[in-house]
Design a binder for this molecule. Structure first.
Ligand SMILES: Cc1ncc(COP(=O)(O)O)c(C=O)c1O
Length: 411
């Protein structure tokens, strides 16, 4: 009120004053979902991993050991751009799990995939420059593209991932592409070997760069090993991102960014200009967590948990919605794409949300009209019982005309 933004009218209330600017929201705000007000996953949300099985006891012991040791290192005293021991541990981890061979000096520790993408665009992209982007695609990447005022060239996704031939046709001058090859968001398709070759060939031919978001490479069920990352084949053309926020828990705020060697110095300088480094005690704890095998143990265990939850989801969908949706049995990822036999996914997902489900539609992540209509049903954050009950209730809420809403209150 003192600044003149709001004014009081006696007897009627407090109002936004006529002087208050009524500009349009910042472009970024249009592409991000509203801030979450609670941290608990509502049934069938796709944005949560299985944090309930995270081994908190060893994590807490390691954290407490770090603080008890009384070293000033944990206070961030000597940490520049990333705790050196953590960078070495991540280099070994990525070598063993993802076949990436790289010197630890090439690894930058950042706080998220989002911050890595932002850093990459600052280092290599100019406003107005075209970038090939998966469609449907990851809204946080799309938000970064808009924030940097890049020109988004949408490239349709099919069962084999992005087709770079289509992207090249749409924008022959594009020199940048964002992709999620191990597990496409949100279709969960895995990029085929031939598409990988084409993408790398394009980058080489065009002197272009690929942003590889290697998320969910741990959520691969058909064999023990997800396909090799693009960065393991051509590290000079790929900015590789590997986030611990999803593999461990979102609050850890640690991700690794591996740029092509010639960009490391430039990116370190940019990083220094933004926020220098991420929480050091967490970095130290993660280093010990990796070194002592807790991370690989957790990844093995949560793969089994997710495998069981995924099977529960498939069973529930088959039991309760067989006439309405079909789920592809081979896709990767921590949610299933339940393709609708008929009708539009947007209104159906909106109806589900009104009934208390955190339900997303494939078209929520698409620009233009998507080639298929599907509901995205998350399973990683829920026990088998909750999955079974939620899918049954969701089916009643969406497809049963005589649905009794009281049953849904349990979900
Ligand atoms: C496509 C994709 N990439 C990366 C991430 C992890 O993001 P961050 O590291 O910013 O938490 C997510 C999280 O859901 C995602 O959907």
């Amino acid at each position: 009120m003192a600044d003149g933004w709001i004014s009081a009218r006696a007897g009627s209330g407090i109002f936004v004053s006529d002087e208050a600017p009524r500009g349009r929201p910042h472009a970024l705000a249009q592409f991000l979902t509203p801030a979450k007000t609670d941290s608990k996953a509502r049934p069938l949300a796709i944005t949560y991993g299985s944090v309930d099985d995270f081994p908190l006891v060893p994590w807490a012991r390691i954290q407490s050991k770090i603080w008890k040791a009384g070293s000033t290192s944990a206070l961030g005293d000597e940490c520049d751009i990333g705790w050196p021991a953590l960078r070495s541990a991540i280099a070994a981890h990525l070598n063993a799990l993802r076949g990436i061979r790289c010197d630890s000096n090439r690894i930058l520790i950042v706080s998220s995939t989002q911050s890595a993408i932002d850093l990459i665009f600052r280092a290599v992209a100019q406003a107005g420059e075209p970038i090939l982007m998966e469609n449907p695609g990851y809204p946080a990447a799309r938000a970064a593209i808009r924030a940097h005022r890049l020109q988004e060239i949408v490239v349709p996704i099919d069962a084999e991932g992005i087709s770079i031939a289509e992207g090249e046709m749409a924008s022959p001058e594009a020199r940048l592409a964002y992709v999620t090859p191990a597990c496409q968001f949100p279709t969960c398709s895995v990029m085929s070997a031939s598409r990988r070759r084409e993408l790398l060939g394009w980058a080489e031919r065009k002197d272009a760069f690929i942003v590889e978001d290697d998320w969910n490479s741990h959520a691969f069920f058909e064999s023990n090993h997800p396909p090799d990352p693009l960065a393991s084949t051509n590290p000079d053309r790929v900015f590789y991102i590997y986030s611990f926020n999803r593999i461990m828990f979102p609050g850890i705020r640690i991700a690794a960014l591996i740029p092509p060697a010639r960009f490391v110095d430039k990116m370190l300088k940019i990083r220094r200009a933004i926020d220098c480094f991420t929480n050091v005690a967490n970095q130290m704890a993660l280093e010990e967590f990796i070194r002592r095998g807790f991370l690989s143990g957790h990844m093995r265990a949560s793969r089994l948990t997710n495998l069981a939850r995924r099977a529960a989801m498939h069973r529930a969908v088959l039991a309760h919605m067989p006439d309405f949706v079909t789920v592809d049995p081979v896709q990767a990822g921590l949610h299933v794409v339940a393709e609708l036999h008929q009708g539009a996914d947007g209104p159906l997902a909106a109806k589900a949300r009104r009934r208390g489900f955190d339900c997303s539609a494939l078209s929520d992540f698409s620009l233009g009209t998507p080639s298929r209509q599907a509901l995205l049903l998350g399973f990683a954050a829920f026990t088998n019982d909750v999955i079974e009950r939620s899918v049954a209730d969701l089916s009643r809420a969406l497809f049963d005309e005589d649905c009794e809403p009281a049953a849904l209150a349990r979900a």
